[in-house]
Ligand binder design. Structure first.
Ligand SMILES: C[S@@+](CC[C@H](N)C(=O)[O-])C[C@H]1O[C@@H](n2cnc3c(N)ncnc32)[C@H](O)[C@@H]1O
Length: 212
């Protein structure tokens, strides 16, 4: 991934924002040692951002689309209230097993429910109001995740979608994923039900708030 922010600035921001949990440090190392595309793991700056936004949004029910090795899930879970819950979805049982190991080590396994299968199917029946959503899975379906989950998000609730600068490729879309993400930003900007701001944290976070 192209680094959008100079390394020295990124390091300064990280060292003045985040002290990661030792288990998550282990999880990052294990992900890099064992997974084929470890760069999918979002990292500490995004993690702390997600935790803060989860807490600010109420922290009773959070949903994550795209678990991978459960790194961001662990941060989101830290932002929940004591009785709050995170539902996280993925299609890959192998990478999520590593996440489950980490959640257990951190005592978070009771707060995190993993749903294995295509997220559009495993989330279809969700009826409780959602406070916080993190979209970070297959790019072609971002618009479908938005359409499915926005009606389930409570008024004032927050949705964050990752990779919305896509290493700068949204400026001149070529590949199908470039087009899907550029179209997602256009779609959200044109939707009166929400207000949004694209934050240039890591690969770009589109921070979307459902109007009350
Ligand atoms: C970028 S990774 C998620 C990273 C994770 N959120 C983090 O920050 O550490 C994307 C994940 O989406 C999953 N995925 C792809 N298509 C999916 C689908 N249709 N439903 C659910 N998950 C899917 C992939 O298996 C992969 O683990």
């Amino acid at each position: 991934m192209l680094t959008l922010v100079p390394d020295a600035i990124e390091d300064y921001a990280r060292s003045h924002s985040v002290a990661d949990h030792p288990v998550r440090t282990w999880l990052r190392e294990a992900t890099y040692a064992r997974m084929q595309v470890p760069q999918m793991l979002s990292g500490p700056l995004v993690g702390q951002t997600l935790k803060t936004l989860t807490a600010l949004s109420g922290g009773r029910l959070a949903v994550e689309v795209g678990t991978f090795t459960g790194y961001a899930s662990s941060w989101i879970a830290e932002g929940l209230t004591e009785s709050g819950k995170l539902i996280t979805c993925d299609v890959d049982a192998e990478c999520t097993a590593l996440g489950q190991e980490a959640w257990q080590k951190m005592g978070q396994d009771q707060q995190i429910e993993l749903r294995l299968g295509p997220a559009l199917e495993t989330l279809a029946d969700l009826s409780e109001p959602i406070d916080f959503v993190f979209i970070d899975a297959d790019k072609a379906n971002y618009a479908n995740y938005f359409d499915l989950l926005l009606p389930k998000l409570r008024p004032g609730g927050v949705m964050v979608a990752d990779n919305l600068l896509w290493s700068g490729n949204v400026l001149n879309p070529q590949a199908p994923s470039d087009h899907a993400l550029a179209a997602f930003n256009e779609k959200v900007a044109a939707d009166d039900r929400v207000e949004q701001v694209i934050l240039s944290v890591r690969d770009g976070l589109n921070l979307i708030r459902k109007r009350s």
